[in-house]
Design a protein around this ligand. Structure first.
Ligand code: NIG
Ligand code: FE
Length: 402
């Protein structure tokens, strides 16, 4: 314990379970791991005064490696066109697919890196990133390689998910089942190359049916990967109960979940990941019934769903604002949803999402004194000091980078 960096935090939130008013987090500078969290007389590394300190935020659902943009669709929706109308006319996921296929791996890496800077600057230190805009073997692997390079570069954690089952590409139009079979054949290669930890499937009448998905689910588990689902987004398709039964790590969206679906999730280890930024940004679907889910005992995470179409939203604190305002979540529930429960949605609760010894030193000092200020400051970036893997990337509001 010689040469440790210590962050002294005079805040109640540094270790809620121990109900401390003041805490000290000690970081091993060689490993970027927290080695102690408690009162200590070691030299202080960063004195925070009376500022809120939390674990770095965990964004467990993004699609941030893509090329091009869809700003015009955003304005069209604002004038009344729907997400589905725009997709039918050649916009939507397939338009981003065309731009992403045309981009090189280097370009995708640079685009992804710029977006990760924005997330980290706003206090997010762990980020899940999905493929799903390539939709050919070659282009999906290109996206996954770009994600792997981002993971190696980023001082926080990047978790990769293969999402070939995002949309039926034009080459397979009318043959969704055949396309998913093709996706399932790629999964063993992806696993062998360590290119993804998760596989995600868009289960929806607009995309893929449960029956067609069976081969992808089977290949996922055969390859030792874990499962995520986009499910029950617009209506109750029974995906929550089905996915919980399969042992999915998380089911995401859930705007249309039924009471039976809520019961199934509450009685399972599957995390319910809610994406209110998508409802806000795309004006489609319904806000998920978070209150009923929390009151039934579901584990609820919040994430941005950052993508160029339905949720061009970067900030988890803004997502907390929406969750508080539109889904009735308390400030503490919002914080848990963006830390410990986000970590569970990635199977990483032993590593991130809390400030206990043995965990990564991913820490944010916020420019406020109370937790309830975080969702309340709608759209403000209150992240004042950001530490990722023990590295200070932002200090006193000034971005230092990595
Ligand atoms: O999670 N649901 C499917 N996929 C994304 C939308 C991606 C896009 O529009 O480009 C989502 O909302
Ligand atoms: Fe998504």
């Amino acid at each position: 314990m010689m040469d440790l960096k210590c962050l002294v935090a005079e805040s109640a939130f540094i270790s809620r379970s121990r109900a401390k008013a003041t805490g000290t987090v000690c970081i091993d500078p060689d490993t970027g791991i927290i080695v102690a969290n408690g009162a200590t007389d070691l030299d202080s590394f960063l004195t925070t005064g009376d500022r809120l300190v939390t674990p770095g935020l965990v964004d467990s659902h993004t699609h941030l490696v893509f090329a091009g943009d869809r700003a015009d669709e955003f304005y069209r929706r604002a004038r009344g066109d729907t997400y589905a109308d725009i997709a039918r006319e050649g916009g939507g996921i397939l338009r981003t697919m065309t731009a992403t296929r045309a981009a090189s791996e280097d370009e995708l890496f640079e685009l992804g890196r710029a977006r990760l800077v924005r997330l980290l600057d706003a206090g997010t230190t762990t980020v899940e990133v999905k493929s799903g805009y390539g939709l050919t073997d070659k282009d999906e692997l290109k996206q996954l390689r770009a994600i792997r390079r981002l993971a190696a570069d980023f001082p926080g954690q990047v978790v990769a998910t293969y999402m070939g089952a995002h949309a039926v590409p034009p080459e397979w139009k009318g043959r969704a089942g055949g396309y998913l079979k093709r996706c399932s054949e790629l999964i063993a290669t992806i696993a062998a190359d360590g290119l993804a930890e998760f596989v995600d499937i868009f289960v929806d009448p607009l995309a893929f049916s449960r029956d067609d998905c069976d081969c992808v689910v089977q290949a996922t588990f055969d390859a030792g990967l874990k499962l995520k689902l986009h499910g029950d987004e617009f209506g109750d398709d029974g995906t929550a109960a089905w996915g919980a039964g399969l042992g999915a790590t998380s089911i995401d969206h859930l705007g249309g979940i039924s009471p039976d679906g809520i019961d199934a999730l509450a009685g399972s280890a599957t995390v319910a990941t809610l994406l209110p930024g998508t409802m806000f940004f795309s004006a489609h679907g319904r806000f998920a019934p978070a209150r009923a889910m929390l009151d039934s005992g579901c584990t609820v995470a919040l994430a941005t769903d950052l993508n160029p179409g339905s949720s061009h939203v970067y900030s988890l604190p803004l997502v907390m604002t929406l969750a508080a305002l539109r889904m009735g979540m308390t400030a503490q529930e919002c914080l848990d949803a963006c830390t410990v429960n986000g970590a569970k949605a990635l199977g990483k609760q032993h590593l991130v999402g809390a400030l206990d010894p043995g965990m990564r030193a991913d820490i944010v000092v916020w420019d406020c004194t109370r937790l309830d200020e975080l969702p309340y400051h709608a759209g403000a970036n209150l992240a004042r000091d950001v530490i990722a893997g023990g590295k200070v990337v932002k200090r006193d509001g000034v971005w230092l980078g990595w």
